[in-house]
Design a protein around this ligand. Structure first.
Ligand SMILES: Cc1cc2nc3c(=O)[nH]c(=O)nc-3n(C[C@H](O)[C@H](O)[C@H](O)COP(=O)(O)O)c2cc1C
Length: 340
């Protein structure tokens, strides 16, 4: 790199050992091995979602990681979903984290619980943990428990959406002295540049990477993403008990977006809410898996975020990452920033 080349390195790229400040976030059920490896190979960070790798795509966890490793030697990450909804699930997640460490994974993204045990297990091996946070309260708790960075999940995100905008989250979390990644609502390179200009150390995208050649979700799902605009995205409590972003298809409209009175009561209880969420998660896990692989398009039950508005084609992963990187480099060049 010469003196006139701007740097797009950030504290996040240093932590992850990647070139481009961009993550393809973990996605149940869409994170197939080829998608993860293509993202990492392109210079961004691909994230393994362990339930997706094993339950949806049918790999033994270690074999799946080795397959990805055979497709790229660049860093990959793992999503540790840490809600202790059942002891068995927790033990399985612990075993997956151990295997990931053995297979060379050093970047972990935690969501939905206390990240302390992941920090304790991976830090002695040089591991880095970033935690998904939707508001300051949870971010501070995660930092107290030793995480190295935060992913601010905003109100435009696919998956579990937050309640605050990217700007609000930057105001609330940006001063906490750890790298902050923006998750939610980024479908094209202009939106990426806008988020980076707010001061984020990187961006985590989900929906954009479903509409790629390497994602093996069914074609009708990808086409629904391309055809949808922001107003087609609705929040449903019927997936996990907390709001999840979905495309408003006939099936979703038929089922409704709210949970019933009994479920609401269960979700309100401190102990019962874990059982109720587990029930919803298991029920939805089958439906989401089946819909994501259904080439007939009849099972129109598809997660996506408001970033659909910026997604107009099914593309190779490498084209997307290159385009985003060039757009950000051009802006940095325009502002006269360089390495020298
Ligand atoms: C289909 C889908 C499944 C997701 N599954 C997970 C998941 O299992 N774990 C997780 O931490 N985030 C999950 N997310 C969130 C993404 O990792 C990412 O933060 C989010 O998609 C960013 O918003 P965007 O879709 O607007 O780009 C999911 C998102 C989508 C669209």
């Amino acid at each position: 790199m010469n003196d006139s080349t701007p740097s797009i390195a950030t504290p996040f790229t240093t932590h992850a050992g990647v070139e481009v400040p961009l993550i393809c976030g973990p996605m149940y059920p869409c994170s197939n091995p080829e998608l993860v490896s293509a993202v990492s190979e392109s210079g961004a960070l691909g994230v393994v979602q362990p339930v997706s790798l094993t339950f949806v795509h049918g790999y033994d966890f270690r074999e799946g990681l080795r397959l990805i490793r055979s497709q790229t030697s660049k860093p990959i990450a793992m999503n540790a979903l840490i809600e202790k909804s059942s002891q068995k699930y927790h033990q399985r997640m612990q075993a997956w984290v151990d295997i990931a460490l053995e297979e060379g994974v050093r970047f972990f993204i935690t969501s939905l619980g206390n990240p302390r045990w992941v920090v304790d297990v991976v830090t002695p091996h040089g591991g880095i943990v970033y935690h998904d946070a939707t508001e300051r309260k949870w971010a501070l708790k995660a930092l107290d428990n030793g995480v190295h960075g935060l992913i601010g999940v905003n109100n435009r995100a696919g998956g579990h959406a937050g309640a605050k905008s990217a700007e609000q989250l930057m105001d609330e979390l940006g001063y906490l002295n750890v790298p902050l990644v923006c998750a939610g609502g980024i479908g094209d390179e202009q939106q990426y540049v806008q988020a980076m200009q707010l001061g984020y150390a990187g961006c985590q995208l989900g929906t954009r990477f479903i509409a790629t050649h390497e994602c093996n979700s069914a074609l009708p799902y990808k086409q629904a993403i391309i055809n949808a605009d922001e107003s087609d995205i609705v929040l449903s409590e019927r997936i996990t008990g907390v709001p999840v972003s979905l495309i408003n298809t006939p099936q979703v409209a038929r089922k409704g977006l709210k949970v019933g009175a009994f479920a609401r009561w269960m979700l309100g209880g401190n102990r019962s809410k874990h059982w109720m969420r587990l029930f919803y998660t298991l029920r939805s896990a089958f439906a989401l898996r089946s819909a994501s692989l259904d080439e007939s398009g009849k099972e129109d039950f598809w997660q996506a975020g408001k970033s659909v508005g910026g997604i107009h084609a099914i593309e190779p992963v490498d084209d997307i990452v290159k385009r985003f990187k060039i757009a950000w480099l051009q802006v940095k060049r325009g502002t006269g920033e360089n390495d020298g």
